[in-house]
Design a binder for this molecule. Structure first.
Ligand code: G1P
Length: 289
């Protein structure tokens, strides 16, 4: 048996240059969709999927993330005194959600390297969640993947079909079908950010992985690419030499909040899902024409 997925790793050491100046003194993971930082959407997804340990891979300038998931004593007593129970519950929920630990990446040497620094803490199967990809799904995206993981008994990557001209922004997988599991594929190859003409398919890896601890040896044996980064996709390609890997198409709506347009779309999408905001906000949007 493959064991239970209890830990989710959140790489969060990136510089967030696409959102400067907003991210000059603030981590990009703390940018807000309506009233919740982006990273909290991923953490809530992990919790709703049965994970009870969160490991955030951070770097310099990321203290706001640690403060966010910590108890805010002064704020709590202020809200208590004023009788603001709804807000009090909301902020308590954040700290009660889960056990959060932090590990520093040191040099930012790519996603594969960010995963590699968690080696000493991940001895069982674990999830990796890239917070930029916010997925609205029921069951939650990670839960869908965990269910697949239990059946196929091997690493599972979330994938989505993307327009051919977009493949160069993603890791792309070549696959063959898995009988009786329509949304699941067996991976036969993986390529990180291929040119459109070299892409083996239009099935792009989106930011969710369920990995097994043998990924660490594969990453250690993976050389840096020409930008000096260790790519997780290349580590997985090496792992594929030793065991089967699977891709799972998620049933849900994904937002890439890592670019400005995707971020804005996500703000509108989540605002329109909020009972307190949907009506007046839609009226405002209609008025804009
Ligand atoms: C990373 C991965 C890539 C994956 C993508 C999903 O790229 O390297 O394989 O498809 O996340 O969001 P990044 O977006 O960090 O450049």
């Amino acid at each position: 048996m493959v064991g239970v997925v209890r830990t989710a790793v959140f790489p969060a050491a990136g510089l967030g240059t696409r959102f400067l100046p907003a991210t000059k003194a603030q981590p990009k993971e703390m940018l807000v969709l309506v009233d919740k930082p982006v990273i909290q959407y991923g953490v809530e997804e992990a919790v709703a999927s049965g994970v009870d340990n969160i490991l955030i891979v951070t770097g310099r300038g990321k203290n706001a993330i640690e403060d966010h998931f910590d108890v805010a004593f002064e704020l709590e007593s202020f809200l208590e005194q004023r009788g603001k129970t709804a807000q009090l519950e909301e902020i308590r929920k954040i700290t009660e959600l889960i056990h959060v630990a932090y590990v520093r990446q040191g040099e930012p040497r790519g996603l594969g390297h960010a995963v590699l620094v968690t080696k000493e803490y991940c001895h069982d199967p674990f999830a990796v969640i890239l917070g930029d990809d916010v997925i609205d799904a029921e069951p939650p995206a990670l839960k869908q993947m965990i269910d697949v993981f239990q059946r196929v008994q091997g690493p599972v990557l979330a994938v989505e079909r993307v327009p051919a001209q977009d493949v160069s922004s993603y890791g792309v997988v070549a696959v063959e079908p898995v009988p009786e599991m329509p949304r699941v594929h067996r991976i036969v190859d993986l390529v990180e950010k291929p040119a459109q003409r070299d892409a083996p398919s239009n099935l792009a890896i989106i930011g969710r992985y369920i990995l097994t601890p043998d990924i660490f040896a594969a990453l250690e044996a993976t050389t840096s690419d020409r930008t000096g980064e260790i790519q997780l996709t290349n580590g997985l390609r090496r792992l594929l030499e030793t065991r089967p890997l699977y891709a799972c198409e998620i049933d849900g709506v994904r937002h890439d909040t890592g670019n400005k347009l995707g971020f804005l779309k996500a703000v509108v999408y989540f605002a329109l899902k909020r009972p307190d905001l949907a009506k007046p906000f839609r009226e405002y949007l209609d008025q804009l024409g």
